[in-house]
Design a protein around this ligand. Structure first.
Ligand SMILES: Cc1ncc(COP(=O)(O)O)c(C=O)c1O
Length: 462
């Protein structure tokens, strides 16, 4: 087979059109047991080229049998839907194939990335010294914030390694990347203090303060707290306004992980959930989670770009040959070759404006209200989550949530996951697909109820 871009773009269009039609008709792909993979697909790689017809057939087979994460019945992960303007930008980024390390390689794409970082920093009230980057995801954004916090506390760590016991703080509701990152950064998983949370899943500021004081008294060095704007399961918003003064007093880096809920910064109605964000040292959000941008579109902004530079710059004469670190973004990012993840957010933002992005966020909260009210008003349901959240955590009758979710998946009815909090297990519905309508949320419950009742003998009970 030939290396022929024009021909393959025609094939791409053909496959994508089939995918879209199929996704509409069959929003949940058939489950393929792992034991069946070899029968269902010919994925074997051989020394000889495939025959063109077989290649196309196999590719189509693969595309149509992959889980449909953009369909109207996908509620399983914290991403969903696909905004066409973001897709357009990402497809162009693939064709352009720049690396964002230097201005020489990425040219005006560098300015695209810088424009987004500038606007986000302005929205959240960071001063002129702001900086930022597009890491590979929320986990990496959190990692970079931890490294900056560590280096800011002791710049010698970059050369000599950790000399004393640094303590990081978060809550049990935070993302699991915090524990992994502590291990990667040499802080150690055991040096994370998980602070108690209140009835709405938010870090208790008083407990944080007491723990910091106790740690200092015991000779430890508190250096970092990870607060969350939209915790992974409950979508709780930690109160940064309450945490910030404690951080200021003890010179603790305050990072706000908004991977899930951070896009509230665009909404006049929901900005209050991150009140005090201007007092954080760094903030990240994922446009691939709530804004319909493809994976991954993560933005990390930092109050002072020097912190990013100090932790992530390195000499490399084979790379940095023109321009300075303001335009050679590799000096403030983790990777060397770095994909252009900014263009898709720029095409989306440019096309619909900040107001259009706010509308997406407001609509998702409206969908959440619809779902929450349905659950609250129905005596067959128990609700475990609260207002101002994009997660609706519930149980239906006494059906075991884990078994119910798994059986819904195995029977190609719905893609939805379960979560746990404070000893309870529940179904977690997330309204993160801005393309869904309230009817589609009502349909979610209809499918779930019909399935549960029709299969009531087969589904485990709590
Ligand atoms: C609160 C929070 N932080 C970080 C992440 C990780 O983001 P990513 O999957 O982009 O690494 C997630 C993912 O669900 C999350 O919910």
């Amino acid at each position: 087979m030939q290396n022929n871009i024009k021909e393959d773009l025609v094939l791409f269009n053909e496959l994508v059109n089939e995918l879209l039609a199929d996704e509409f008709k069959n929003p949940v792909a058939n489950v393929i047991p792992t034991s069946e993979l070899n029968n269902k697909f010919d994925l074997t790689l051989k020394s000889t080229p495939a025959i063109a017809e077989d290649f196309k057939k196999e590719l189509k087979n693969l595309v149509l049998n992959t889980p449909k994460s953009s369909s109207k019945l996908f509620f399983n992960q914290l991403f969903g839907g696909r905004h066409s303007k973001a897709i357009l930008g990402d497809l162009l980024a693939v064709m352009l194939n720049n690396s964002m390390a230097t201005y020489k390689i990425a040219g005006p794409q560098v300015a695209v990335e810088k424009e987004i970082i500038k606007e986000v920093s302005n929205i959240i009230g960071y001063p002129k010294a702001y900086g930022g980057t597009f890491p590979t995801g929320g986990s990496m954004s959190n990692f970079m914030s931890l490294v900056m916090a560590r280096d800011k506390k002791d710049s010698e760590i970059r050369n000599k390694g950790m000399q004393e016991k640094f303590i990081a703080y978060t809550s049990k509701n935070s993302h699991y990347s915090i524990a992994k990152n502590a291990a990667f950064a040499g802080v150690g998983r055991d040096n994370i203090r998980y602070i108690k949370t209140d009835e709405k899943g938010r870090i208790c500021a008083d407990d944080f303060k007491n723990q910091v004081e106790q740690d200092i008294a015991n000779g430890f060095t508190p250096f970092y707290i990870n607060a969350t704007a939209g915790t992974t399961v409950l979508c709780a918003f930690d109160n940064v306004a309450k945490l910030a003064p404690i951080c200021k007093e003890h010179k603790i880096w305050l990072h706000l992980d908004g991977a899930f809920g951070g896009s509230v910064i665009f909404s006049k109605k929901y900005y209050h959930l991150v009140n005090g964000i201007e007092n954080t040292d760094s903030f990240c959000f994922n446009a691939h989670k709530t804004l319909g941008a493809p994976l991954s579109t993560s933005i990390l902004v930092v109050k002072d770009n020097r912190d990013l530079y100090n932790s992530f710059n390195n000499d490399a004469t084979y790379l940095y040959q023109t321009d300075d670190e303001n335009y050679n973004l590799g000096q403030t990012s983790f990777e060397c070759g770095r994909r252009n993840n900014a263009l898709k957010l720029w095409t989306l933002w440019k096309a619909i404006g900040t107001n259009g992005i706010a509308d997406i966020v407001d609509h998702e909260f409206h969908l959440a209200d619809t779902a929450r009210n349905y659950v609250k008003d129905n005596k067959d349901y128990t609700l475990y989550s609260f207002e101002d959240s994009l997660s609706i955590c519930f149980n239906y009758k006494d059906f075991d949530p884990e078994d119910l979710c798994t059986k819904l998946y195995e029977n190609n009815k719905l893609m939805v996951g379960f979560g746990h909090s404070k000893g309870n297990a529940f179904v977690r519905l997330v309204t993160i697909n801005g393309e869904n309508s309230t009817e589609e949320i009502q349909n979610f419950f209809k499918i779930l109820e019909e399935f549960a009742l029709e299969n009531s003998d087969l589904i485990k009970r709590i």
